[in-house]
Design a protein around this ligand. Structure first.
Ligand SMILES: NC(=O)c1ccc[n+]([C@@H]2O[C@H](COP(=O)([O-])OP(=O)(O)OC[C@H]3O[C@@H](n4cnc5c(N)ncnc54)[C@H](O)[C@@H]3O)[C@@H](O)[C@H]2O)c1
Length: 339
């Protein structure tokens, strides 16, 4: 019997790719999603890749009865908790929406896990907790900074909650993965990122501009202290990120009770905005319409991950290059255009 892993938010961008990686590793994903920021078509794409329709429960992680039903119905061996809101800008306008969904769902999930004696949890955290790191690359010991947004604050608070829970002798075994910048799509183009409205992230903005959905890309500032003056990020292919979740779950299974650790997931390399644009142009074979605009307040100038810890503990290394990621993101945009 395959071990069942609950993926909250499993219809979303990272969750759907992680479901593929779980199936490839011999697990059975059980998806819980209320489709508030995702589409049911993601389940069709996922089914096409894995060759069967996965178990999908449509429901809200903030509803106690929904979680109890899942745990009563299925023998869940571990959980990956993706379900959350992630729009930084919106979180400044609607902080309570973010505190309720992102923190409320984690607290309820932990309470219900304890009730059903389910121990293992992988949590989606973010490099946003580092703010502008004073020393690069950012290691897991790099001090966290005051959050720039309610969204970022939910990730800090959730990390603190997880730490406290594992100190309380309740038996939980938990890893927080601090993602750097997930990009790309499954190489089959069956699933990918589906941004809501105007994309806040660079790569979907690039692909939407290239396909003609947006007129032009504005690069926010080219006078920073970086190789070409534009901001630097660590872009990680979503399938590499998915693989990190599977390895984290397998690692947790070998740990003693009351375990907590934090791992960065990035490539260990930083790329400037203009490097991403140029690499995209090469991969897509098109010139991108872009202009240099003023700096955007609140932007981190440069951040990239130290991957020493995740490589040492999980044996994880990224398999995809920036070119691969941008090619897959572009193929996904081309596929969307045919819908
Ligand atoms: N994408 C990124 O750049 C990034 C970076 C760092 C961290 N993260 C974190 O990774 C996680 C997944 O992000 P994503 O990019 O896949 O986002 P996404 O919006 O594509 O996926 C989130 C999924 O969770 C579901 N969901 C939200 N609230 C729910 C609830 N209460 N009950 C049930 N389902 C619910 C949504 O419908 C969606 O399918 C989030 O926690 C996010 O904060 C994402």
């Amino acid at each position: 019997m395959k071990q069942k892993i609950l993926i909250t938010g499993g219809a979303g961008y990272i969750g759907s790719h992680t479901a593929v990686a779980l199936v490839e590793a011999g697990f059975e994903p059980v998806i819980l999603d209320n489709f508030c920021t995702s589409e049911k078509s993601a389940i069709d794409g996922l089914s096409a890749i894995i060759g069967f329709r996965p178990i999908v429960i449509e429901g809200d992680c903030n509803e106690p009865s929904v979680l109890e039903n899942v745990f009563n119905t299925y023998e869940i061996k571990g959980i990956i908790h993706f379900a959350a809101f992630k729009a930084v800008g919106e979180s400044t306008q609607l902080p309570l929406k973010y505190y309720h969904n992102n923190i409320g769902s984690l607290v309820l999930l932990l309470q219900t896990m304890q009730k059903f004696n389910i121990k293992n949890l992988v949590f989606s955290s973010s490099c946003t907790v580092y703010g502008e790191p004073k020393v690069l690359p950012a290691t897991e010991d790099t001090p966290r900074q005051d959050a720039e947004s309610p969204y970022g604050n939910t990730k800090k608070i959730c990390e603190d909650i997880l730490f406290d829970v594992t100190k309380s002798n309740a038996g939980n075994k938990i890893i927080s993965l601090r993602y750097f910048n997930p990009i790309g799509a499954h190489p089959s183009s069956e699933i990918g990122e589906l941004p809501i409205g105007v994309p806040a992230n660079l790569v979907p903005f690039i692909t939407q501009t290239a396909i003609g959905k947006r007129e032009k890309l504005t690069v926010f500032g080219d006078d920073y202290d970086t190789p070409d003056g534009t901001c630097v990020r660590d872009y990680i292919h979503v399938m590499d990120l998915a693989d990190a979740h599977v390895r984290a779950l397998m690692y947790l299974a070998k740990q003693e009770d009351n375990f907590y650790d934090i791992l960065n997931v990035g490539t260990g390399n930083g790329n400037t905005v203009l490097e991403v644009v140029k690499t995209f142009e090469k991969v897509a074979g098109n010139d991108l319409n872009y202009q240099i605009g003023p700096r955007r307040p609140g932007d981190v100038v440069k951040t990239w991950a130290s991957t020493e810890k995740i490589t040492r503990l999980l044996g994880w290394k990224p398999q995809y290059s920036l070119e691969d990621s941008l090619r897959d993101a572009w193929n996904w945009e081309l596929k969307l255009a045919k819908r």
